[in-house]
Design a protein around this ligand. Structure first.
Ligand SMILES: Cc1cc2nc3c(=O)[nH]c(=O)nc-3n(C[C@H](O)[C@H](O)[C@H](O)COP(=O)(O)O)c2cc1C
Length: 392
């Protein structure tokens, strides 16, 4: 079992390169710039993560299992396992595969949302709005299941995870209740969580996070906000990152729109200690991205994304599809997270059986420049070009 403290990464002894050995800021020049491993922000992030590279492969719920996690770990990054959609049995199996497949640090990711109260009236209005599609696809609305699907991190899940003591545990939508968080920290995991605003970053530091993932508006998948649902408070990574770096003293991991070496360099220049790319991995060989999702990602003319609440009830960025065009992208009728997806499930299944992503979440961020149909190791090698030789 690896742990960040035990991983003894060789970066600690890596020589600083270029002219930046004594002064990190001196490594920047207008002609070409590199960010040295001697930069305190990167050193602190590597100490926290325990990996060779300051890269976390973003947890990508629905499009990956342990194969991508392991490939990322073996390539020197922190591989992630998104656990929010997994049953306890599958979680146990995937953790077993990861812990026996690598001695490098890995991350297990959970949602920390508050489960909403059922709201049958809102559910009924949402189904009414979708009625024309049920008619078109021959779906009987009476067969739609209700229920929550995605459970937040809880003690039952913690019972499974504790046996593995993953080096890193990350959360989306805040942090779990203090007793649960204390349990995770007590077994030795380092804890990360997402901030979409400076206020959230400060809150996470004050409530026990060991590192904060600053999520820019560009990011694919769910927005990680938890203090305010007002999306106008959220901004692009270029505006968010330097303000978060200034506001907290724990390592800051940048996520959103980081897809190639150039955007890695930009994030490091703005003070990030590490990066967490997601979209860059969506076409990688080890991802299990669905055929309609892959098809949309392969077509540059479909690279138009928007933030939508239709798929799950929480705002998330994905490629604009028929449902988003005709019903959204935002619609106040969509039930609270994670209930909105129930009414879409039969439409999604029928459309996907015909090869269509018209009703599917086609999560993707705004920067498609690093999207590659290659093994994850090659994606990571391309991203690592954004670091100077002392790091990669
Ligand atoms: C398909 C997909 C699924 C995602 N699932 C999760 C998840 O389960 N947990 C999480 O914390 N973030 C999730 N994210 C968000 C990523 O962690 C990350 O913030 C985002 O991918 C970064 O932006 P980028 O896509 O522009 O690289 C997901 C993103 C995508 C594209």
């Amino acid at each position: 079992m690896s742990s960040p403290a035990a991983a003894s990464p060789d970066h600690a002894a890596a020589p600083a390169s270029g002219s930046s050995a004594s002064s990190p800021s001196s490594s920047f020049s207008s002609a070409s710039f590199s960010v040295s491993v001697s930069a305190p922000a990167i050193r602190a992030a590597l100490d926290l993560l325990g990996s060779r590279l300051p890269i976390i492969q973003a947890p990508l719920a629905g499009v990956q299992l342990s194969a991508l996690t392991l490939a990322a770990c073996r390539a020197g990054a922190v591989g992630s396992l998104p656990a929010a959609l997994l049953t306890l049995d599958v979680l146990q199996r995937e953790l077993q595969l990861i812990s026996s497949g690598t001695d490098q640090p890995y991350n297990v990711n959970f949602f920390a949302h508050v489960t909403p109260l059922p709201d049958p009236a809102r559910e009924a209005r949402w189904r009414e709005r979708l009625a024309p599609y049920y008619t078109e696809y021959g779906v009987d609305p009476a067969t739609i299941t209700s229920g929550f699907g995605r459970q937040p991190f809880n003690h039952e899940v913690a019972d499974v995870v504790e046996a593995f003591k993953p080096p890193i545990v990350s959360f989306h939508f805040g942090l779990p209740a203090p007793d649960l968080l204390a349990r995770v920290k007590a077994w030795g995991s380092r804890v990360l969580s997402t901030a979409t605003t400076v206020e959230e970053a400060v809150w996470l530091q004050a409530h026990g996070a060991d590192g904060v993932i600053a999520q820019g508006w560009e990011a694919g998948g769910h927005r990680g906000h938890f203090l305010s649902a007002d999306l106008t408070r959220q901004c692009g990574l270029m505006a968010l990152l330097p303000q978060v770096v200034k506001a907290v003293s724990i390592p800051v991991i940048a996520t959103g729109g980081i897809s190639d070496a150039a955007s890695v360099r930009a994030a490091l220049a703005l003070g990030a200690g590490a990066v967490q790319p997601g979209t860059a991995f969506l076409l990688s060989a080890e991802a299990i991205t669905s055929p309609p999702h892959r098809q949309a990602l392969r077509q540059p003319d479909l690279h138009h994304t928007a933030v939508t609440n239709l798929m799950t009830g929480r705002p998330a960025r994905g490629i604009v599809n028929r449902l988003m065009r005709e019903v959204g992208p935002m619609n106040e009728l969509a039930p609270a997270f994670p209930m909105a997806g129930n009414a879409l499930a039969p439409l999604r299944a029928k459309a996907e059986a015909q090869g269509s992503g018209d009703f599917s979440p086609l999560w993707a961020g705004q920067n498609f420049s690093g999207l590659k149909e290659l093994p994850a190791a090659d994606v990571i090698a391309a991203l690592a070009e954004g670091f100077d030789e002392g790091v990669r």
